[in-house]
Design a protein around this ligand. Structure first.
Ligand SMILES: [Zn+2]
Length: 296
């Protein structure tokens, strides 16, 4: 029996969705049989995307899984463009920092130590590479993850050895938003990606990809937080607004979400294709890519 997700809709109604509607997708690795997956590796030299997120408070209007949901949705869109495969999402991330994610004191913010995240990413990449997936994209949706993902990638590449054809791209999706897009989305000025936590960018993208998970009537209207130029440990909860939102999301719209999502899909897909075309040319001058048999 498949489990059910209960969705509380903006209009107050409750809706149940089967788990399969979230996870079943022809481009999702977890939906494929090993035979189908091996065929994609051998025949298509397929690019595999690994979305990474977090379980972290995103204000009273967005779900705890926002970073994982967004990185997964963007990875699916990119995979459609490049005929890639999306591996199951790393849904937990590094600890929420007060100045970029509100901090660890919010109920539901459930995080990994940096060393754990490094090992998870290292193990997944090494496993994928062992089976012949040697063009990987780690697509990050959680600001605090980035250097731990980097270390996991570095160690996996070192584990596989210099002669292995493994190539990994690390992508923070927000880095692909151009000045022009940011000006349209933030006509009154862009507060910076750290303060964008649970604000206009993430709320608009969620309104585009997962409208039923956004509670529009619960968006707090707060001025951008003015943090000191340093961090303290343990954190000071009083630095962070009680809502957990670091700048207002009032200006979020699904149209802004669609604008960003379309731009991100197009530009990330183009970068991935360009990077792997050129690295394939460098690593395999004869055009042959060695795909080992899957070890059972
Ligand atoms: Zn987020």
């Amino acid at each position: 029996m498949s489990s059910l997700y209960r969705l509380h809709c903006i209009d107050g109604s409750t809706e149940f969705l089967k788990e399969s509607e979230f996870s079943m997708h022809p481009l999702m690795m977890g939906s494929l049989s090993w035979v189908e997956y091996q065929q994609r590796l051998q025949e298509d030299h397929v690019i595999v995307l690994l979305p990474c997120g977090a379980l972290e408070q995103h204000g009273p209007h967005l779900p705890l899984g926002t970073d994982a949901l967004l990185s997964t949705a963007i990875a699916q869109d990119v995979a459609e463009q490049i005929n890639g495969i999306v591996a199951p999402t790393v849904s937990y991330g590094y600890k929420s920092q007060p100045k970029s994610g509100g901090g660890q004191h919010f109920p539901g913010t459930t995080s990994l130590d940096g060393s754990s995240l490094i090992q998870i990413v290292r193990d997944i990449i090494r496993e994928l590479a062992r089976q012949g997936a040697n063009q990987l994209v780690v697509l990050n949706g959680h600001y605090e993850n980035q250097w731990f993902l980097t270390e996991g990638i570095e160690l996996a590449v070192r584990d596989m050895g210099r002669d292995n054809p493994l190539r990994v791209m690390r992508v923070e999706y927000w880095d692909f938003l151009t000045e022009e897009i940011l000006t349209s989305v933030f006509p009154d000025g862009f507060p910076g990606f750290a303060l964008e936590h649970a604000a206009v960018m993430e709320t608009s993208l969620m309104a585009h990809y997962h409208p039923k998970l956004v509670k529009l009537d619960r968006i707090p209207d707060v001025p951008p937080v003015n943090f000191p130029a340093y961090d303290v440990f343990p954190l000071r909860p009083e630095w962070v607004p009680a809502s957990g939102v670091l700048s207002s999301a009032k200006a979020a719209t699904p149209e802004k979400g669609a604008l960003m999502a379309n731009h991100l899909t197009k530009t990330i897909a183009a970068a991935v294709q360009q990077e792997f075309q050129s690295s394939t040319a460098i690593s395999s001058p004869n055009g042959q890519t060695a795909i080992p048999e899957v070890v059972h």
